[in-house]
Each structure stands twice: as structure tokens, then as C-alpha cells.
Design a protein around this ligand. Structure first.
Ligand code: F6R
Length: 608
């Protein structure tokens, strides 16, 4: 199951179910239409599962009533088979001795299932995952031990998977297998863990081992072993330190992670400014040397690429092509060669479309580099060089703090490249740096100063049937990002255009009181955008403008005016997106929605 999350643990003593439940809650950002847990108690599997968010399922089944020291758990986000109790994980074989949880997609499951049915297996669910349990059952029947049976069974499976498997006859073992879906081992003193995301076990151990593709691991309460699926030999790998502190994943007094993360931006921006200099320099060097530079990302990360392309052009005179990851191979795949560089931007480092571009570009011998927020993510292993944005874990499904960090890092890269290309003097660089260093403080005051006003705007907009976002130049990206936040969190249909495009179609939709949000800082496009505002105003649109606090002319033509501090034009996207994030958040809350868990979405999209 693609955007699900899995968690497994085995202890020397004590009950595993309460720990699994805590872990599941932390992983809930990854999928939440059903959840389940299986433990081994006195040589028997015990399973509880249900439909809904973790707390809802827990109310129905009481996860903690499960006994046993070893168990696996799962948050599901449905793809194969609708959300139902039977389709929820863990899934079992015919004997009820083997239980499996899975994140990924088994591409050949229909063929495998047909074969298994032919052999007499009975399927209970409509999932692709259940075939794994039956395949293992067959291998055990033919005389193999549990680990060997898993190894042989998984080799028949095509597709992507992070699997955790338990077998009631070998009750101390959990088998983990990875291909293309994230999976981490946690090495503790009172037991061992495995999860799609180390946040699940971060309070139990600070040591982890990221598994690589085609690896199978076995954990017991006392040790762990890793094997190559291809060679079937043992691999030794040292654990690494986990860089997430438990208190960082709590809400810190905010009602939602999203709001906490919005208000964390002064800090995350500060960390972005202090990013690892040697890597910044090395990436700048490679971008500067390449004949063609692509910036690739999905969703919000793509928007940072779009804004970045204006920065590289303006500061460094470097043309970069921002491309949506899912389109990249079709649109530009055939142009890739060793003189081409790609900077892949992905908060999670796990977005399937981005990873696919990485593998494809490597095959073409292009230079693959990455900007990510997750140190041990897959993208870091596919890239020649990568930068970690150090924004801290982002739990809310909507990207907020990681977006502004990405923008800031593009800016730092643009300055480095500008220096190499002698497009910018040492003096100018120093001036930019002193402005950049003031960004965290300015961001803090923007959040504080606009918060109340934005709540009022949210009240005004919450029943709108459509909202427009218009910006120009680099703030076209801000318009796109503001719109994405509003529609994904508050479910209000919204459109965004570069303001110049509004006359070429979108203006047809403007009626009396249609809300139109203009991003209009005091930059070279301000005059033209004023013209666009007048066009919309004369057709009855309700004008909500984000502009310089001192700009009286703009203020006078607007119905609502959000005053912003004066700043350098290429810094404005970092500041102007802040009120738009708040606007989406407060609108969602006013509509009674949970902004941390928008319907149908997952934090990282690990399938194409
Ligand atoms: C929007 C959002 C998504 C992500 C997109 C890419 O708020 O969060 O659009 O930006 O799924 O994710 P990453 O950056 O992890 O590759």
C-alpha cells in the first residue's frame, strides 16, 4: 500500500502494543483511512484492525489489549481495495500464522494471486499485499525456515515494498524487506524496531540503520541482521545517530502541527542560512559548469524551483529550467546527457516521481544533486551531492516551513553561482547576506503582525466558492503556493496565475465579490500589477492585496490590505507566503477541518 506507514517492534520484556500505538500516532501523517496491529502472544497471532484515524480505530478495538512482546502495525492509505476492516493491514495467510504489513505497490499481484488461488489458497482481502503472506506460507510448507521463506517469497514479487512480517512459530523474529519504499531499523537496548520513519521510535533509541533497496533484515529483541536479497549473503552496516529529538515531534502547545510549523519559520530559516557551506559551494560549482540546469520537484517543492529559477537568473545570470517531477521524463528525458545537471528538490526525499527522475538522470550520466529535509532519505542515496535544509521534521501534511527554507537555500546557491560567474561583486554579496541574516527576524514580525488581520480575512473567505491568487515575476510562485495551501487544506477551489495571464482567460470568471488575492510587493512589477488590480476591480472583484505597508496607492484601490515590510524583491517570496499559509490554516479551522490531515493526501507521495 503506497502512502502507508509501517512500524514493528520486539522487546526483551513487556508489552509491545502500547509502544506500537504511540508510533502509529506519530506516523499518522502518512496515511489514515485505516489502521491495524498484530502481536504474537503465546505462539499465536492476535490482530486488531479497523477503519478510520488511529484514535477512532483504537476506540473500536483497544490496541493495548493485545498481549505479546513482538508486533507489527500499520497506517493505511488505500489504493488497492477500498478502506475496510478486511483490507486493513496486517494481512494473514491461510493458516493465520503469518502476518504482513506493507508500504508500496505489488505490480504483479494479480498473476501471483491467480497462481496462489490455483494452488488452493483462499484470499480474504482485495489488497495486493495479501499475496506476500500466502507466498511465504507456501515456502514454509515446502520446508524452509521463516527467514528463508520470506527471502524466497519476496523474490517473486515485482514492485515497491517496505514489508514487516511476523510468524507465530518463530515468535521473537520480525523480518523486514525493502525496495523503493523507505524502511529504517532502530537499534535499542531493551529491544529493536523498524519503521517507515524513525519518528516512530525516536524516543526509544537514538541509533538507526537505513535499509537499502533489495535488503532483508531480521530483528529480534537481542540483535539484528541484514542480508542482500540478491546475493543472499550477510551485510554489516554500522548504526547512525538519529537527529530528531522527541520533543521536536510534539505540537509544542499549538493546536495543530501546521500552525506550529508556520510559527517555527523564523527558526527554520535561521538554520537554512547556516547550511553546510562546503556542499553549497560544491553544488554551485557543478551547476555553474553544466550546460543545462534543471530544477525538479513536485507540489510545493516545485513552486520553490519556480521561484528559484528567477533567483538564479537575476543574481547569477544562470538559466535554469523548473520542471514538475511527474512530467520530467516525458518533457526533457531525451535531452539529458553528461553536461546536464539536475537539482532535485524534495522535502521528504521520498517522492516517487522525483526518485524516478533521479534514477533516469543517473542512467543518462547527468549530474544528480538534491535539496531535502530528511538526512537519510532515498534521494540522498541517489544524488552525487545533496544539501539538507535542516528545517526539522514537518509533520503537518501541508508543506510550510520547508518551503521557505527551500526558497532561502535557492537564494544562497544563486549568490554562490553569481560569485563564480562574476555577476555580482563581493560588496553586493555582503549586502545580500546582511539582508538575508535579517530574514528570520522579519519573518517573525510578519507572522505576528498579520496574524489577526488574516483571521478576519479567513472569516470573510471561508464560504467562497472560488478564490483567485495573482502575482507577477518571482511571486507567480507565491500565488501558486498560496493557492495550493488553500485548496488542499480548506478545500476551496482556487486558481493561481501570473497576473499578466489574467486577461487571457481567467478574467472571464470575475463576478461581483469574487475574491482575488494579489501579491504585489514594491518591485519592478508593481506598476503593471496595479493595472491588473484595476481590471479586476472594474469587474466587481473583491481585491485583497499583500503589498508594502507604505504603499498608499495600492491600499486605496484594495478592499482588504495586508501591509508587509519593505524588502529586496527576490526575498519577497519568503515573506509574502507567510500570511498565505496562515490564511489557508485559519480558513480550514473555521470550516471545522483538520489542517494537519487533509482528506486524500499523504505527507510524502511514494507512488507515481
Ligand atoms: C503541499 C505539499 C505537497 C508536497 C509534494 C512534494 O503542501 O506538501 O505538494 O510539496 O508532495 O513532496 P516532497 O517535497 O516531499 O517531495
Amino acid at each position: 500500500m503506497p502512502m502507508c506507514r509501517i512500524f514493528a517492534a520486539t522487546f526483551k520484556k513487556g508489552k509491545v502494543s502500547p509502544i506500537l500505538k504511540i508510533g502509529l500516532k506519530r506516523l499518522e501523517y502518512g496515511g489514515y483511512d485505516s489502521a491495524g496491529m498484530a502481536t504474537i502472544n503465546n505462539g499465536h497471532l492476535e490482530i486488531k484492525k479497523g477503519v478510520g484515524k488511529i484514535d477512532e480505530v483504537d476506540k473500536q478495538v483497544n490496541f493495548e489489549s493485545l498481549e505479546g512482546r513482538t508486533g507489527i502495525a500499520h497506517n493505511r492509505w488505500a489504493t488497492h481495495g477500498y478502506p475496510s476492516v478486511t483490507n486493513a493491514h496486517p494481512l494473514t495467510d491461510c493458516t493465520g500464522n503469518i502476518a504482513v504489513v506493507h508500504n508500496g505497490v505489488i505490480e504483479n499481484f494479480l498473476e501471483l494471486k491467480a497462481d496462489l488461488i490455483e494452488k488452493g489458497h483462499e484470499f480474504k482481502s482485495r489488497t495486493d499485499t495479501e499475496v506476500v503472506a500466502h507466498l511465504i506460507e507456501d515456502e514454509i510448507k515446502s520446508g524452509k525456515d521463516f527467514v528463508d521463506a520470506c527471502l524466497k517469497a519476496v523474490k517473486k514479487v515485482e514492485g515497491s515494498y517496505a514489508l514487516a512480517i511476523i510468524y507465530s512459530k518463530e515468535p521473537d523474529k520480525i523480518v523486514l524487506v525493502k525496495k523503493e519504499s523507505p524502511l529504517y531499523l532502530g537499534i535499542g537496548s531493551d529491544g529493536n524496531f523498524a519503521s517507515s520513519d524513525p519518528v516512530a521510535f525516536v524516543d526509544r533509541t537514538n541509533l538507526m540503520i537505513p535499509l537499502e533497496d533489495y535488503e532483508l533484515a531480521v530483528i529480534t529483541p537481542y540483535d539484528h541482521k541484514i542480508y542482500s536479497l540478491k546475493t543472499e549473503t550477510e551485510i554489516t552496516r554500522k548504526p547512525v545517530q538519529i537527529d530528531i529529538k522527541p520533543q521536536m515531534i510534539e505540537k509544542g502547545g499549538y493546536p495543530h502541527f501546521m500552525l506550529k510549523e508556520i510559527f517555527e519559520q523564523p527558526t527554520s530559516l535561521y538554520y537554512a542560512i547556516n547550511i553546510q557551506k562546503p556542499y553549497l559551494e560544491a553544488i554551485s560549482e557543478l551547476m555553474n559548469r553544466s550546460k543545462v540546469n534543471f530544477l525538479v520537484g513536485a507540489g510545493t517543492s516545485y513552486h520553490s524551483c519556480l521561484a528559484g529559477s528567477y533567483m538564479y537568473s537575476k543574481i547569477a545570470g544562470l538559466a535554469t529550467i523548473p520542471v514538475v517531477a511527474s512530467e520530467f521524463i516525458q518533457q526533457y528525458g531525451n535531452t539529458l546527457d553528461p553536461d546536464t545537471s539536475l537539482l532535485l528538490v524534495s522535502q521528504s526525499g521520498e517522492t516517487a516521481d522525483v526518485l524516478k527522475v533521479a534514477s533516469y538522470a543517473r542512467m543518462k550520466a547527468s549530474t544528480v544533486m538534491a535539496l531535502t529535509n530528511v538526512v537519510s532519505s532515498t534521494i540522498t542515496r541517489l544524488s552525487r551531492l545533496y544539501l539538507v535544509q535542516q528545517a526539522g521534521p514537518e509533520i503537518g501534511v501541508a508543506a510550510t516551513k520547508t518551503y521557505t527554507s527551500q526558497l532561502l537555500i535557492h537564494l544562497l546557491l544563486a549568490l554562490e553561482i553569481g560569485k563564480r560567474r562574476e555577476k555580482i561583486s563581493e560588496n553586493e554579496i555582503n549586502e545580500y547576506y546582511s539582508k538575508i541574516r535579517s530574514i528570520p527576524k522579519i519573518a517573525e514580525s510578519v507572522l505576528k503582525d498579520t496574524d489577526q488581520k488574516i483571521k478576519e480575512v479567513a472569516e470573510m473567505l471561508k464560504d467562497s466558492s472560488h478564490i483567485f491568487y495573482l502575482g507577477r515575476g518571482i511571486n507567480t510562485a507565491t500565488a501558486f503556493e498560496g493557492r495550493l495551501k488553500m485548496l488542499e487544506i480548506a478545500y476551496i477551489p482556487s486558481s493561481a496565475f501570473s497576473a499578466g495571464e489574467s486577461k487571457h482567460g481567467p478574467i472571464a470568471l470575475i463576478e461581483k465579490n469574487t475574491p482575488v488575492i494579489f501579491i504585489a510587493p514594491n518591485d519592478s512589477s508593481r506598476k503593471v500589477i496595479l493595472g491588473n488590480i484595476m481590471e479586476i476591480k472594474s469587474r466587481g472583484g473583491k481585491i485583497i492585496t499583500l503589498g508594502n505597508a507604505e504603499d498608499k496607492e495600492l491600499k486605496d484601490v484594495s478592499d482588504v490590505y495586508i501591509g508587509m515590510p519593505e524588502s529586496e524583491d527576490i526575498i519577497t517570496p519568503i515573506l509574502y507566503v507567510l500570511p498565505l499559509q496562515l490564511l489557508a490554516y485559519y480558513t480550514a479551522v473555521l470550516k471545522g477541518l483538520d489542517p494537519d490531515k487533509p482528506r486524500n493526501l499523504a505527507k510524502s507521495v511514494t507512488v507515481e
